[in-house]
Structures are given as C-alpha cells and as structure tokens.
Design a protein around this ligand. Structure first.
Ligand SMILES: [Cu+2]
Length: 283
C-alpha cells in the first residue's frame, strides 16, 4: 500500500496547491475542479481511497497491456507483412495462462474488497448513538444517549449562509466528538432519503418504517458537508447535511446547551402542533 499512499498523498498535496491557487475553502466539501474524492476524515474513507487508487492502477496496467497486444497483432500480422496466415487453432499453454491470470487478478481484487466491506458492515462497539431522520426536505437529529433531545437542520438561503458554502450550509449541525465511534441510526419520516457524508465514506439509505444502522469514527475536527443522496422530491437538492466534529470537551459543553435549547424548542413546537390539531378538529 506504500506506493498508493505516496500517490494519493501527492494527489492531496497537488489538490491543496491547486486550492490555494484558486482561493477555495477546506477539503471537507466539494472543491472547484476537484478530481477524485474529498480528503478522508475516517479510516473507512482512507481505505476506500486506497482501494480506489489500487484499482485505478491495476486497470490502467491491464488496459495498456491489452492495447499493446492489439497494436502488436495489427502490425505484426497485417496482410502485407504476413501473406500466408498461420492455421494454428490451439495452444494449451496460452489458454491456461489467459484463464489463470484473470482468476488471479480477480482474487487479488476480491481480498481488499471484502476486507473493506467487512470493515464497513461489522459495526463496532459504539461510544454513542445519533439518530438521523430524513424529512421532505431537511434532516432531523436525535441524541438518545444524551438526554434524548432532538432538533432539525434546515438549509440556509444565500442571504442567511454568510461564508458557509452554497446549498450545503445549514442552521444547525449534527455535532459529534472526535475519535469517538458513533453509531448512526438512519430512517425517514415520509419518503426514501439517504444520509451521505463523503469525507467519512458514509452513505446509508433512509427508509420510512425501517431503522438502518451505520457508523463512523472521525479522526479530525472540523465541519463536514454532505447531501441527501436519494432522489426524494422537488427539494431533494436542498437538504444538506452538516456534521461538526469537535473535541470531547467542546462536545460535552454543546450537549449541555443543546439539552436546554432543543428541549424548549421541542416542547414549544409540540404545543403549537397540538393546538393546530385541536383547531383543525374543531372546524
Ligand atoms: Cu432527501
């Protein structure tokens, strides 16, 4: 993996240089003229990037080899240079080689592929749980381990967003501590959505009436942007996901504030909602 690491590191360095040149923002969001993935913020995404680089190199070698063979055959055995064609129909050695070599290549691909798949699907012992609920058209977050408070996260308009990125800025963020295994329970309240965070290598369908489970462990602090990744209706493009990864101390402080702030908002919302239901019932 050393070689791929070096290549992907130099790609990151090049991308960073390019971004400095263009005055673009951090790598936790899409960048202008971006090639490849966003910079990894979890081990999962590092493994995805390495696997992608490995496959890219492997298939480049195969493509060049096949191209070389075709050019050789076209030149060496063209009608003018080779007026009496060979009538050979079988060559045991060549046939064994072109059967065995592709099998070996597939096995070489399968091993890291399954390793990555098991790493993603085998959910480790989680330190905390967040439930992400997709609504038409925003995300809601619930923190069952920290007093069961809940809040919604809506996209900010161009007037409201300040220096946050366009179509990715939200009023509130899902806040999690760094170096912590977070179990994410993903579901939806109305139609299919999908919870996706590119820098974490995270994508999970949000299905009404079903609890899907995934996890991540962010290795650095910062703000990370993702989007709903299931065509869910007219405002599908306007329900971004913002995850703020903070230190454990900052997270504890945020939880204390959030328990007060969101509990109050929720009970007020609930009162308004129940009043509306009663009004509707009377009419
Ligand atoms: Cu959606």
């Amino acid at each position: 993996m050393g070689l791929f690491k070096k290549i992907s590191n130099s790609t990151v360095a090049l991308a960073a240089l390019a971004m400095v040149g263009m005055g673009s923002a951090s790598a936790s969001q899409p960048a202008d003229w971006q090639l490849g993935f966003q910079e990894a913020a979890t081990q999962n995404m590092t493994m995805i990037t390495d696997f992608n680089d490995f496959l890219l190199i492997l298939m480049t070698i195969i493509t060049l080899f096949v191209l070389g063979l075709m050019l050789y055959v076209m030149v060496r055995f063209r009608a003018r240079a080779n007026p009496t064609p060979s009538t050979t129909t079988h060559n045991t050695l060549v046939e064994v080689v072109w059967t065995v070599v592709p099998i070996v290549i597939l096995v070489v691909i399968a091993i890291p592929s399954f390793r990555l798949l098991y790493f993603q699907r085998d959910i480790p012992e989680a330190d905390m749980t967040v439930k992400a609920v997709g609504y038409q058209w925003y995300w809601g977050y619930e923190y069952p381990d920290h007093g069961d408070f809940a809040f919604d996260s809506l996209m900010l308009t161009d007037d409201e967003r300040g220096d946050q990125p366009r179509l990715l800025a939200t009023d509130t963020a899902m806040v999690v501590p760094v170096d912590t295994t977070v179990r994410v329970i993903v579901t939806a309240a109305d139609v299919l959505h999908a919870f996706a965070m590119p820098a974490f290598g995270l994508k999970m369908d949000a299905v009404p009436g079903r609890l899907n489970e995934t996890w991540f462990k962010a290795e650095k602090t910062g703000t990370f942007y993702g989007q709903c990744s299931e065509l869910c209706g007219i405002r599908h493009a306007f329900m971004p996901i913002r995850i703020k990864v903070v230190s454990k101390v900052e997270f504890a402080e945020w939880v204390e504030e959030a328990q007060i702030e969101y509990a109050e908002i929720d009970s007020a919302d609930a009162m308004v909602a129940s009043a509306e239901v009663q009004d509707a019932a009377r009419q």
